[in-house]
Design a protein around this ligand. Sequence first.
Ligand SMILES: NC(=O)c1ccc[n+]([C@@H]2O[C@H](COP(=O)([O-])OP(=O)(O)OC[C@H]3O[C@@H](n4cnc5c(N)ncnc54)[C@H](OP(=O)(O)O)[C@@H]3O)[C@@H](O)[C@H]2O)c1
Length: 218
Amino acid sequence: MKIAVLGTGMVGEAISTKLVQLGHEVMMGSRTANNEKAAAWIGKAGKGASQGTFADAARHGEIAFNCTAGVASVEALKAAGADNLKGKVLLDLSNPLDFSKGMPPRVLIGPDDSLGEQLQRALPDTRVVKTLNTVNAMAMVDPSRIASGDHHMFLAGNDASAKGRVTEILRGWFGWKHVLDLGDITGARALEAYLPLWLRLWGALQTPDFSIKVVKNG
Ligand SMILES: NC(=O)c1ccc[n+]([C@@H]2O[C@H](COP(=O)([O-])OP(=O)(O)OC[C@H]3O[C@@H](n4cnc5c(N)ncnc54)[C@H](OP(=O)(O)O)[C@@H]3O)[C@@H](O)[C@H]2O)c1
């Protein structure tokens, strides 16, 4: 498939690398058409890897991944272009973290809104699915590195068929065994509100390689 990965950070690189390894044609998008990090990634990833602006990548992709800094995601996705993303599935991996006041970062949005919802409002004809924001970049595409993959990934979005497609991607491409649907895009509020606990756990465990396993009675 032709896929847009919007973002040149560690998440964009991890997702893009995995997708190229799977044989997809991945365009990494950024604010400029000649981003240094994207160029370095293309050098490593080889065939199937390309770069462009957010809009170039959004045009290229049959589906898109939002891997931009949360404070800038709405701006980045507007630059990608609502028309370029019309009808497409957008996997939103971002967290609305504000580092401007030092560590730990603050979650900027909530309690009655979320970045996932802001993106869905900015892109009304795009099918936004919030997912993968609860684990580190490496675990997103290789869940087996934690507890042999015996832990959960979540998703939230308004469109049932988009969530079905994302579930296939999580299971078939990235190897997630357990995928839990948290309902419509307002579920992004809960997924984003997990971040303060994630940051505390990181400090307590001294590793970012951890995840959530949901257990229930019966
Ligand atoms: N790091 C992780 O393990 C992890 C795990 C879960 C979720 N997340 C979330 O995933 C997202 C990506 O994280 P990351 O660490 O890979 O990268 P990041 O440093 O948070 O974001 C990098 C991307 O954001 C873009 N960006 C920054 N400021 C911008 C602005 N003012 N306007 C438009 N675009 C802007 C950059 O564009 P340029 O390329 O043009 O510079 C770059 O592509 C974040 O929302 C993060 O919270 C991260």
